[in-house]
Design a binder for this molecule. Sequence first.
Ligand code: ZN
Length: 249
Amino acid sequence: MRKLLCITAHPDDEAGAFGGTLLLYGERGVETSVICITAGTAARNRGGAGSNEELAALRRAEFAASCKLLNVAYGEVLDYPDAGLDRVDLYQAAGKLVLRIRRLRPQVILTFGPDGGLTGHIDHAMAGFFATAAFEWAGRPDRFPQQLQQGLPPHRVQKLYYHTADFFLPDRQPISPPTVTARIEIGKERFEKKVQAFQQHATQAPLFERVRKNLGHRLGTVEMYHLAAVSSPRDGRLEADLFEDVTED
Ligand SMILES: [Zn+2]
């Protein structure tokens, strides 16, 4: 079975950054999963939540509703501190992702690059660093060997992609994005469904208009990626399918 794992930082990233791709590959029979590293409790928009715990509960429920609309087979929100991922222990965070990679056994992983994606958010960048370490380490028997003793064999993921784009958003910190090596055409219907999935995040309603404008006017119906690493070495080339060259085991 073909499997895709998406590793994000905040509830709503799965829709805003990766939504069209998740929908497209789900329709193609690929089993899709999303691991979100924080519950997004540092958000300025709090949807009436009185405490971080209340906001976390709301955002976890919104994440589940968004994943349902995006036909995601398995979604999980970890409990790392929102707006604090640059001070989290890399070995521990990567280990949690390695565990999930060895359980889910995807051939392809999507995450953010070191630039932090279009918004340049530090948490996005850190999610990408953790995911990159986990991509490399999940396949090595000398990393987290205690997981192997628990009956989880190493798993080599075949392709690692970073979310990227060929434009900048205005009024943001400067970023140096990864080059575009894959353009995924998601079509108008999937674009509308992705916006709908984003709107499941009701606590973030004040952002809806700006996000739709950013996504629609600039990104349109294309989601762009950078192929950052592969399990079989090869030259770079422009792709239109993230599962190109993927073999099923
Ligand atoms: Zn985010």
